[in-house]
Design a protein around this ligand. Sequence first.
Ligand code: PLP
Length: 397
Amino acid sequence: MTDFAATRAQFHIPEDVIYLDGNSLGPLPRTAEARVAAAVREEWGEMLIGGWNRAGWIEMPRILGDRIGTLIGAEPGSVVLGDTVSIKIYQALAAALEMRPDRRVVLSDRGNFPTDLYMAQGLIASLGRGHTLRMVAPEEVEAAIDEDVAVVLLTEVDYRTGRLHDMARLTARAQAAGALTIWDLAHSAGALPVDLAGAGADFAAGCTYKYLNAGPGAPAYIYVAPRHSDRALPALSGWFGHAAPFAFEPGYRPGVGIDRMRIGTPPVLQMAVVEAALGVWEGVSLADVRQRSIQLSDLFIAEVESRCPQLTLLTPRDPSRRGSQVSFGFSEGYAAIQALIARGVVGDFRAPDIMRFGITPLYIGEEELMRAALILQDVMENRLWDEPAYRFRAAVT
Ligand SMILES: *Cc1c(COP(=O)(O)O)cnc(C)c1O
């Protein structure tokens, strides 16, 4: 059984803060500070450029990729770190479209995270081959898969509502129709068990700064199923993805397997944080995390619904249909979230009217969720959100 008191002790969380935003930016793992200091002083400081070999910087995207792979059910050697989710989605989509040259439709849902849709639109425009992005309601995806669809591009857990797609079912359905699948795991990895290999997924991408707690700006990762990895062309053909980066050949030759999805120089210091953050997962069972996340989410939903009749639950009530966040709709949701933050409860707001709370069993328990619900009740009942200062929109919401 996972010891959640022990995992909690591994995080620094500011005093008097109930942090319900780990689905957006995970908190600081205590070991990260020392690990980064060592990377700065002992590696960069002392080894200088020798760090690429002596400290193994060059290998880190693969080694850390494999460690993330164990959390998302990926085969060894099928995940590599780098860049951002936007870029990794672009690469996966470019590769997948190239593998289905006779088809012209990219299918996604309207709940998908906008960057995935934007990247698809940009790629389609630059290809100039008449592809279209077909967007349907999340519950209509399955019925919209037909023989025109080249790629089904989905985020498994909806960033706004927390609704969970059935990865295995939709992957099977897409493949039966001859399409490929790309799964965005931004709100899945570290939040619930994911089984990419078991589902037969073709491609996936995700980030390390949300439920994996690797800090602001931490690199993304990409998964390519081993059966595709020597066929998939990375589109962004950078030197780190070349078969022999230090041969400095003028012509591009893609590297072997997942290595070809690398592009350029990786962020070494931030990867040191990824390494430290992944240490937290040792001895943690994702099945336990899932079970506890469901318990905690059920508790939070019950507490808030009984105390705050002004709020509408937007997250599916059925635990098997949601990820690890709870969202409520409220017309003054932005101001209400600011009022909560001012009282030490950190959630976030997503346009147009969504109050979002991340449930992260590694460092959040019953007691804090009950306290958060009481503070929310106070904010709602006494209209504490109704202050001009709480309506001011910062650049990041
Ligand atoms: C957070 C998030 C991203 C982030 O993309 P970046 O390019 O890494 O900033 C992408 N997709 C989803 C679904 C997300 O939730």
